[in-house]
Design a protein. Structure first.
Length: 153
């Protein structure tokens, strides 16, 4: 598969998060549930996972061992970390702590479907799980996705 569109969208998203003073964009997915995934990563996941794009040009993935081969093979990510059953939260927490972000963008939106891939339950889980390492502001990724000019059809 050609990941040219995704490479460009990731490159552009780094510019956008810098312009918007966002330190980290987390795209959390479970079984490929996030609607922006085809445009930003091109990945279809089986297990829960997260894609992290940082202000300092890092592109990371946290995924199940089942999904690792495809994610590593696409060449989009600097680092791919796998988790064993039940320790996704520890791996993700370690990665977020490493970047010490002040603002994290996540995929929720009241009106834009492509930016609304995070369920309320997963959002609450994310907040609770990260509270030891992150106590700042979560912002919607809607402006990032709209700036990428991704069309919802």
């Amino acid at each position: 598969m050609d990941y040219g569109l995704q490479k460009e969208n990731i490159r552009r998203s780094i510019e956008i998060i810098n312009e918007q003073q966002i330190d980290l964009w987390i795209i959390f997915t479970s079984e490929g549930s996030d609607p922006c995934l085809p445009f930003v990563t091109g990945m279809k996941t089986v297990g829960p996972g997260a894609f992290l794009i940082t202000r300092d040009h890092r592109k990371l993935a946290v995924c199940s061992t089942i999904d690792a081969q495809d994610i590593e093979g696409c060449g989009l990510f600097d680092e791919v970390r796998t988790y064993n059953q039940g320790d996704l939260d520890e791996v993700l927490k370690t990665m977020v702590k490493k970047f010490s972000p002040s603002r994290i963008a996540i995929n929720y939106s009241e009106s834009y479907p492509l930016a609304d891939g995070l369920t309320v339950g997963r959002f609450r889980w994310l907040q609770e799980m990260l509270q030891e390492v992150y106590r700042h502001e979560y912002v919607s990724s809607e402006s990032i996705i709209k700036s990428l000019k991704i069309e919802y059809k």
